[in-house]
Write a protein that binds this ligand. Structure first.
Ligand code: FBP
Length: 343
């Protein structure tokens, strides 16, 4: 990042000003990216307000609706999906949206509303924790449109089925003790905290780097029996380290965020004999790829056990993937363990 620009990125500046400053590095910028991030933060504020007063409204609990994975959708899942979809489709400057809560992509129908970006989103991550006042989140990935023909032409699936390496930007919102937005556009990872007294996201972390060595092991060990021998061996060895402790919230955003700031490794391994979990549980486009870009920009790594998540080519919108992320040395330790059993 240009030093002159970096000098202006100070704690406490608001997100709009921050984007204006960082966009100076892109003289060809059209303002569409700022508009898109502006809509994402607007939707995040609305969802944050609803989560903060969840027990008072009628937003908790499950509906009878099922998502494409056969999971019953929580009311807050559907609410967050509606808020983000409205914000992005009607004024996001995007051409197509892939949402974890929708089986098919959502096209921007009106050419005058179509922009150059394609977005993937997990509107409400950590559904199993919603009703218990435990941190949940939103995850998003931003790609550049690939389909020829510009806004006059409808976008297509290929605008979403892109490898993480082609992400223009990625981020997440964590709705926890405070609401935070963390994002990267490929140069530094920034953290903003929502100051609800003024309704603005203010810069609280100007340059997030994963501290090394790590300190936390984050995995749901109740599935230990279902993992492959190398994964079991790797988790056992990390667990037995003196300087490691175990933390698992069960909301990927919250577990990932803690490890991003404190160091550590978060794992969701595959369960080869368990139907629906042979490639793990987490979704490549909505969860793994955006988080992999953030981990990598913060000096860490995210892998599917064999290669960087950012190099995985998606075949389908709802592909699942094994996921190991955190400190580079910890993730490589797991990769080498898996490789050693294959040799
Ligand atoms: P959704 O809530 O978006 O469906 O995400 C999946 C998730 O809740 C992750 O946030 C979390 O890491 C994981 O599933 C928890 O799974 P499990 O309960 O199997 O440990």
């Amino acid at each position: 990042m240009d030093e002159e620009i970096a000098r202006h990125i100070k704690k406490g500046i608001d997100l709009r000003r921050h984007i204006a400053i960082t966009q100076r590095e892109h003289p060809q910028a059209t303002g569409e990216f700022s508009q898109l991030l502006g809509q994402i933060t607007l939707a995040a504020k609305i969802v944050s307000r609803e989560i903060n007063r969840a027990g008072l409204g009628d937003i908790l609990g499950k509906t009878d609706e099922e998502n494409v994975y056969g999971e019953r959708q929580a009311r807050l899942d559907l609410y967050a999906n509606a808020v983000f979809t409205r914000a992005l489709i009607h004024n996001g400057g995007i051409c197509i949206l892939g949402s974890e809560e929708e089986s098919d992509p959502i096209q921007v129908r009106k050419p005058e509303l179509r922009g150059k970006y394609a977005v993937t989103i997990d509107p409400l991550d950590g559904s199993s924790n919603i009703d218990y006042n435990v941190s949940v989140g939103t995850i998003f990935g931003i790609y550049r449109r690939q389909t020829e023909g510009g806004p006059q032409t409808k976008a297509s699936l290929k605008d979403l089925l892109q490898p993480g390496r082609d992400l223009v930007a990625a981020g997440y919102v964590v709705y926890g003790s405070s609401t935070m937005l963390v994002y990267t556009a490929g140069d530094r990872v920034f953290g903003f905290t929502l100051d609800s007294s003024i309704g603005e996201f203010l810069l609280s972390y100007p340059n997030i780097r994963i501290p090394s060595p790590g300190g936390y092991l984050s995995v749901n060990e109740s599935y230990f029996k279902n993992w492959s021998p190398p994964v079991r061996e790797a988790v056992k060895e990390i667990r037995d380290r003196d300087d490691y402790s175990s933390r698992y919230i069960g909301s990927m955003v919250a577990d990932f965020h803690r490890n991003l700031l404190s160091g550590g490794i978060f794992l969701y391994p595959p369960e080869p004999e368990v139907p629906g979990k042979r490639s793990g549980k987490l979704r490549l486009l909505y969860e793994a790829a955006p988080m992999a870009m953030i981990a990598s920009q913060a000096g860490g790594r995210a892998s599917n056990g064999k290669k960087d998540i950012l190099d995985v080519e998606p075949d389908n919108l709802h592909d699942r993937t094994p996921f190991y992320s955190g400190n580079r040395e910890d993730v490589e330790f797991v990769e080498n363990k898996i490789k050693s059993w294959e040799d």
